[in-house]
Design a protein around this ligand. Structure first.
Ligand SMILES: Nc1ncnc2c1ncn2[C@@H]1O[C@H](COP(=O)(O)OP(=O)(O)OP(=O)(O)O)[C@@H](O)[C@H]1O
Ligand SMILES: [Mg+2]
Length: 353
């Protein structure tokens, strides 16, 4: 039997119940996450003590208490106790006769972000579809070209001429490999229970070896994160490319500091799917930042800012994370470039697409 509290704790809207004196009588899990506080800490507090800029917030509550009519406020700026400013859509409803009030809170920034993420996922699907079509068109004739060159090689009267057919075969193979890499990982995910910290530590050690121990790392791990289903080898590939990019972007590896941060997020939406529990991994570097002229397109295959880069690393990383039901985001400015991985921690969401 689903209990009322279970329902409350599983909806993504923050709910706060207040008594007639505007003291908190209940907060659901989404409300706790929004206010960055626990129910135990909130219970009994006056509504004005929940946020730092309480004037507007209290005025609205008092208005509903007086008029007994529900009130909706959109995009209200709210400063949390940790100093963070967020924007909320708020609905306040009078409950029952005793003057209690119900507040429903929905972060606007998050909604905007969700629609942006949805756009990002759609754009990536389109890119993948174009590449799949193009790859098909290239690989078919390429097979023919290669086969014909092989036949020709057998018919050639002397060895010197065979060099030309070798060039055709070699270049055809190179093109096929490129197309295969453009297509990204197409095999099904090999899911096992993965420990994200073990993966990050493994990649950190690889990078330390690659940089001759020059790169430095700051680790800010949430040790309570449970294991979850993932493809270990592919997640290593993803995190290795992101960290390697940071190292490659740094002018001097000795100055390169990479911060690895893990957190769990509850009731988190990726694309259009709401997940109970999501693992968030931030990989942050202090390098020069993504060149502004390619910032909007770094996840598109073959977009690179490096002379020797193929521009496939992040495109492949994004596909792998999408196959896990997750999302990869980037936010960059000089001195602070952050790649964020969101990976659902429930079995039901990890699937090959
Ligand atoms: N941490 C970072 N700091 C600065 N620029 C970055 C960072 N990460 C990525 N970039 C930019 O994004 C581009 C695309 O990265 P991506 O990993 O997709 O390809 P690449 O590194 O150029 O080539 P490949 O990974 O295929 O060898 C990079 O060339 C670089 O210009
Ligand atoms: Mg790369």
């Amino acid at each position: 039997m689903v209990q009322g509290q279970d329902i409350l704790d599983n909806i993504s809207t923050g709910i706060i119940a207040l008594d007639v004196a505007l003291r908190v009588t209940a907060v659901n899990a989404a409300g706790e996450a929004l206010l960055k506080s626990s129910e135990a800490r909130c219970l009994g507090l006056h509504a004005g003590q929940l946020v730092l800029n309480s004037e507007d917030w209290l005025a609205n509550l008092q208005q509903v208490r007086k008029t007994k009519a529900p009130l909706t406020r959109r995009g209200m700026p709210v400063t949390l106790h940790n100093g963070q400013e967020i924007h909320l859509d708020i609905i306040i409803t009078p409950m029952g006769r005793d003057g209690s009030l119900l507040m429903e809170l929905q972060p606007v920034d998050r909604l905007l972000k969700i629609s942006r993420e949805e756009g990002l996922l759609h754009a990536q699907e389109t890119t993948r579809a174009v590449i799949r079509g193009l790859a098909h068109e290239i690989k078919n004739p390429l097979g023919g070209v290669r086969g014909a060159a092989q036949l020709l090689a057998r018919e050639l009267p002397n060895e010197e001429l065979a060099e030309y057919t070798h060039v055709i075969i070699r270049e055809a193979d190179r093109l096929r490999d490129l197309v295969d890499r453009l297509l990204g990982p197409h095999q099904q995910l090999e899911l096992e229970q993965v420990n994200i910290h073990e993966i990050l530590e493994h990649v950190r050690n690889l990078l330390l070896a690659e940089s001759d121990n020059q790169a430095s790392f700051i680790r800010d791990y949430d040790p309570s994160l449970p294991e979850f289903p993932g493809d270990r080898a592919q997640l290593i590939q993803v995190t290795l490319n992101i960290m390697r990019n940071a190292l490659q972007a740094a002018a001097d590896p000795e100055q390169c500091t990479i911060t690895l941060r893990t957190r769990s997020r509850r009731q988190f939406t990726i694309g259009t799917t709401l997940h109970r529990l999501v693992c968030q991994v931030d990989i942050i570097d202090n390098g020069p930042g993504v060149p502004p002229e390619i910032e909007h397109a770094i996840f598109v295959p073959m977009v690179t800012g490096r002379a020797e880069g193929t521009g496939l690393g992040l495109a492949i990383a994004q596909s792998v994370i999408n196959y896990h039901g997750g999302l990869l985001e980037c936010c960059s400015e000089p001195g602070n470039t952050r790649f964020t991985l969101y990976l659902p921690m429930g079995q039901e969401h990890a699937q090959a697409q």
